[in-house]
Design a protein around this ligand. Structure first.
Ligand SMILES: [Zn+2]
Length: 271
């Protein structure tokens, strides 16, 4: 791939060009732990333009699953079973519940909305909006939402957010998105700007501090190269959100269970 971008630490801005890579990368992609703040991230990433077509999610996720299955069929089978179990018994309706609890009536934005499945199922009090970097998925999602007065922007998150007015959104959904974002802090800042006073943002990301990651090391399912460019822990997720002005609305122990590969947080714009 020709289109790569060097990144300073997305948490603190430190240049880690001279920092030794972690063991978590592979021959093509280097994962660094910042020498200043310890944030873990991919140092050179594909630029947005290449994500739009070459590495679009619907293609890479299929390839990644096939790769895992062929490498470790039994482990992958067990992992899928566990996932199904957790989905059916533990975390059912987590996102819809959080939306219902924290999003007021008005415009709701799903960043990285894929084909618009989630947006199509939002309650009628919400006007669905999306941003999606994959052209095909953006078109598909737009079909889903335009009848309800919303629209889907085909763009990267940062550029898409900049098209939106300030104080416009009552809620923003970042579900399995922020780990993919090259500029996570800037995206959170733009979300803060576009939210109405007291508007909320729900974030779901893989938990780098999970037990599964510690046990499985380099084979942890959260490592997806080069798709996942940021590796958050509960501490630095809170730190980044607070750093752009957000108030932490909900981050209970059950939202960041060490036995889960993922964590959830709800942050709110202060009035
Ligand atoms: Zn740093």
């Amino acid at each position: 791939m020709n289109y790569i971008l060097f990144r300073n630490c997305p948490y603190c801005g430190n240049n880690n060009a001279n920092t030794q890579p972690t063991e978590f990368g592979n021959g093509s992609w280097t994962i660094k732990a910042c020498s200043s703040c310890n944030f873990v991230y991919i140092e050179t990433t594909p630029v947005y333009e290449s994500l739009s077509e070459d590495l679009a999610w619907e293609k890479t996720s299929v390839a990644e699953k096939a790769r895992k299955v062929s490498k470790e069929p039994i482990r992958q089978f067990i992992s899928e079973q566990l996932k199904t179990f957790r989905r059916s018994f533990l975390k059912r309706n987590k996102l819809p519940e959080l939306i219902q609890k924290y999003f007021a009536k008005g415009n709701v934005l799903d960043i990285g909305c894929a084909g618009g499945g989630l947006l199509a199922n939002l309650d009628q009090i919400h006007i669905p909006h999306g941003i999606e970097i994959s052209k095909n998925l953006a078109l598909q999602a737009n079909e889903q939402v335009k009848l309800r007065g919303g629209y889907v922007v085909h763009n990267d998150a940062l550029s898409g957010l900049k098209e939106l007015p300030s104080n416009y959104l009552s809620g923003v959904i970042l579900s399995a998105f922020l780990e993919h974002e090259i500029n996570p802090r800037e995206v959170l800042k733009e979300i803060y700007r576009t939210l109405t006073p007291s508007g909320s943002c729900i974030i779901k990301v893989p938990n780098f501090a999970s037990i599964n990651r510690l046990v499985r090391g380099k084979k942890w399912c959260g490592f997806r190269l080069p798709d996942h460019v940021n590796y958050f822990t509960p501490t630095n997720l809170v730190g980044m959100c607070q750093g752009v002005g957000f108030h932490i609305r909900q981050f209970k122990f059950s939202d960041r269970l060490p036995i889960s590969d993922n964590m959830w947080i709800v942050v709110q714009k202060l009035k």
